[in-house]
Design a protein around this ligand. Structure first.
Ligand SMILES: Cc1cc2nc3c(=O)[nH]c(=O)nc-3n(C[C@H](O)[C@H](O)[C@H](O)COP(=O)(O)OP(=O)(O)OC[C@H]3O[C@@H](n4cnc5c(N)ncnc54)[C@H](O)[C@@H]3O)c2cc1C
Length: 271
């Protein structure tokens, strides 16, 4: 059985991570508990962040919103900029959202996660802390491979900074599931659309969440959809599973992107 450690400061937490054998950060525990029950998670020590002061803080300034790693996904539904708030709102169900944490959602590194799609579009910054200090990792460099992140051993996510989005831009988060409505996405897309550029964050359609852009200068809505579809085509690399075959997921990804761009276009025109 793994031992549970409950540090009461960030310094103590990173010290434990650097000295304990086979340690693992314990955030909300929603992913860890499932993996433990499935018998596919092996850690000797859990470093639970629940008692570390300040890690549930959300602050806002002229540039954006900074959330501590233990802020719940539920809270981000109202605290985050609108596109990110929409993506957080689509995670699982209220039980999961009330428990799962911002830091755990990022560090989990799953290719299907909803919030990273919006964070990629908004160019968020992950704060990573270890005994050596805190460094900033641009979200677009954070998801490095299938269930791999740029976090080094001994580092934990100590926060995420999400820039304010351009209020004149249209935005939309679209999620399609193929099992129950609250399930993981089969394809998801976050879109931010300015006069010149469509930014897309994609979930569940490749081994990592991914980000692409397309120039839409002078295009109408149909032109913007076609430009977006052409931009996403090279990154579509779905993993077949119980939620669908490769071909089904490719097709659903295109539908998801088209719907998201059309709705973001409408949001811009009427925004
Ligand atoms: C039934 C169910 C349905 C779900 N559906 C969706 C969905 O539709 N969309 C979606 O996006 N997500 C979904 N999720 C995933 C959910 O978002 C994750 O379980 C959650 O984000 C993980 O957060 P947590 O705080 O519970 O992490 P934990 O379970 O505590 O940890 C998960 C991983 O992150 C690490 N970790 C945790 N906190 C930190 C930190 N601060 N620094 C470094 N490492 C850390 C842990 O060591 C572990 O490796 C679902 C989960 C469940 C249980």
């Amino acid at each position: 059985m793994p031992r549970l450690h409950r540090p009461t400061s960030l310094d103590e937490a990173v010290e434990l991570l650097s000295t304990l054998d086979n340690p693992m950060v314990y955030g909300g525990g929603t992913a860890i508990q499932i993996l433990l029950k499935q018998g596919i998670l092996f850690a000797d020590n859990f470093v639970d962040l629940a008692l570390v002061p300040g890690l549930r803080d959300v602050t806002e300034d002229d540039d954006g919103v900074t959330a501590g790693p233990m802020v719940t996904i539920r809270r981000m539904e109202t605290a985050a900029p609108p596109l990110a708030a929409d993506a957080y709102r689509h995670v699982a169900n209220p039980r999961v959202r009330n428990t799962a944490s911002v830091g755990g959602n990022l560090a989990h590194g799953d290719y299907r996660l909803d919030p990273p799609t919006a964070l990629l579009v908004l160019d968020a910054v992950v704060l990573a802390t270890s005994v050596h200090g805190t460094r900033e990792i641009g979200i677009r460099e954070f998801f490095t491979d299938f269930q791999q992140t740029a976090l080094e051993p001994g580092e934990l996510v100590s926060g995420v900074f999400i820039p304010h989005q351009d209020p004149a831009a249209g935005h939309h988060f679209e999620k399609n599931t193929s099992l129950s409505e609250n399930d993981w996405p089969c394809a998801s897309a976050a879109v931010l659309l300015t006069d010149h550029t469509v930014h897309l964050g994609l979930g569940a359609v490749a081994p990592t969440p991914c980000h692409v852009t397309a120039d839409i200068t002078g295009l109408d809505d149909q032109g913007a959809v076609e430009a977006a579809l052409a931009a996403v085509e090279p990154v579509l690399d779905p993993i077949p599973d119980v939620r669908g075959s490769v071909e089904y997921k490719r097709r659903l990804a295109r539908v998801t992107v088209e719907d998201a761009v059309r709705r973001a276009w409408k949001d811009r025109r009427h925004g």
